[in-house]
Design a binder for this molecule. Structure first.
Ligand SMILES: *[C@@H]1O[C@H](CO)[C@@H](O)[C@H](O)[C@H]1NC(C)=O
Ligand SMILES: *[C@@H]1O[C@H](CO)[C@@H](O)[C@H](O)[C@H]1NC(C)=O
Ligand SMILES: *[C@@H]1O[C@H](CO)[C@@H](O)[C@H](O)[C@H]1NC(C)=O
Ligand SMILES: *[C@@H]1O[C@H](CO)[C@@H](O)[C@H](O)[C@H]1NC(C)=O
Ligand SMILES: *[C@@H]1O[C@H](CO)[C@@H](O)[C@H](O)[C@H]1NC(C)=O
Ligand SMILES: *[C@@H]1O[C@H](CO)[C@@H](O)[C@H](O)[C@H]1NC(C)=O
Length: 348
């Protein structure tokens, strides 16, 4: 009887299915492996095909919890008959063929073949911000996807903000203090975080769910400081039609960064931007002109033809990767027109 049973199991074909997964170097992927409900009790593993056979990267009989082994983690969800595998800190050397397997001691294992292709990429790295300010994080991804779902998660808290279905969102989609914009034409995803405080510091993940079967993600470190160098908010007053000067200090660590002044219009914190890349040289002439004195760590802006719309600006710095940190809020109280009062006094 036992012999027949063994024979029968060996007859069951091993390969259930095959999936292709793309990841980016420095980031990670999450792969969902389905298995037959009859095998919830068995060990699950993830192995890489090599000339000598399939080499285990992780193997466990733990259920319903994440198990980690180096850069690999596995979660066997016995109530859904699915186990997830994540691989972090990918390099191009990780490209290859893997198997999601169920360890069946009698006879052949069941497995799903996973073909992983890792593309070279620039990691997001570290993003610096200041309490009371805002940041915009840039995430470049080249993959052209139809309807990706995008998640932004705080890693330690295992807390994700509402996923964004980008096919429906041309503009910003917001969840509490977090917004995401998928700029398809620029191949860029922008994550915007408002009203920062030091508790926002930590590791975050931007995850793009490609299909039910797999996702790719990138990790970034958000570093929020309460720097006493710079004021968080400035209030000024200006006469309509006249001009006004704005001066913002910035932290020493940003001396060589590009500086910007953004005009806020409604929900859009940066409806219009002027930036300056060099020290002690005025930006080109326009409604807004900027001057960055790097020795004094002082950004000066001059706004001409002030109107009631010019009520809020933000001074900030931009890193080499294009991440923007909004440091100082500038509120302008626009009073009645200069011209009118001048005419009035002349006629007196
Ligand atoms: C496990 O699967 C069940 C059923 O599909 C699901 O409700 C539950 O959220 C899953 N658990 C985790 C941690 O994903
Ligand atoms: C995303 O939006 C598109 C278009 O409205 C819709 O067809 C698709 O089902 C949505 N995807 C999810 C996962 O909600
Ligand atoms: C940050 O977290 C600490 C500890 O949980 C809490 O006491 C503090 O109020 C928080 N600060 C802000 C600005 O939320
Ligand atoms: C497993 O992967 C699927 C698909 O990416 C995802 O929807 C699910 O939340 C993952 N489960 C866990 C526990 O992370
Ligand atoms: C702004 O600064 C410039 C240059 O220092 C100065 O010439 C101008 O008078 C100032 N404008 C106002 C409105 O203070
Ligand atoms: C704006 O300035 C005017 C004139 O100085 C003052 O009466 C008014 O209270 C100010 N408004 C705000 C919001 O500060």
């Amino acid at each position: 009887m036992k012999i027949i049973l063994t024979f029968t199991l060996l007859m069951i074909p091993g390969v259930v299915s095959s999936i292709s997964v793309t990841g980016y170097s420095g980031g990670g992927v999450m792969i969902r492996c389905k298995y037959n409900r009859g095998y919830t009790a068995n060990k699950k593993y993830f192995c890489k095909e090599q000339w000598s056979g399939c080499k285990d990267q992780i193997k466990t009989d733990e259920k319903n919890k994440w198990v980690q082994s180096g850069r690999f983690s596995l979660y066997d969800n016995t109530s859904s008959g699915v186990f997830n595998v994540t691989i972090r800190d990918l390099t191009e050397l990780d490209s290859g063929t893997y198997q999601c397997g169920v360890d069946v001691s009698l006879g052949g294992d069941f497995y799903t073949e996973v073909n992983l292709n890792v593309i070279r990429d620039q990691p997001i790295g570290s993003v610096r911000g200041y309490s009371g300010g805002n940041v915009i994080i840039n995430y470049k991804y080249e993959m052209k996807l139809k309807d990706p779902l995008i998640y932004f998660c705080k890693s330690a808290a295992n807390q994700c903000f509402n996923p964004i279905n980008t096919s429906r969102a041309a503009g910003w989609k917001q969840d509490r203090r977090f917004s995401v914009q998928d700029d398809r034409s620029a191949g860029l995803l922008r994550v915007f975080i408002r009203d920062l405080n030091e508790n926002d510091s930590g590791e975050y993940q931007i995850m793009v769910k490609v299909s039910e079967k797999h996702s790719f993600f990138s990790e970034l470190n958000l570093n929020i400081k309460d720097d006493d160098c710079c004021v968080k908010s400035i209030s000024l007053s200006a006469a309509a039609g006249g001009s006004v000067n704005i001066s913002c200090k910035y932290p020493q660590s940003h001396i060589s960064d590009v500086k910007f002044l953004c005009w806020r219009s409604g929900a859009d914190l940066c409806a219009e931007e002027t930036s300056v890349k060099e020290s002690r040289r005025w930006s080109p002439e326009g409604k807004i002109q900027l001057y960055d004195d790097r020795e004094e760590q002082l950004l000066t802006g001059s706004i001409s033809h002030v109107t009631e719309q010019d009520s809020e600006y933000w001074c900030g710095v931009q890193s080499d990767q294009g991440h923007k940190s909004f440091i100082t809020r500038v509120l302008i109280n626009v009073t009645e027109e200069v011209g009118v009062s001048v005419t009035f006094s002349t006629s007196c």
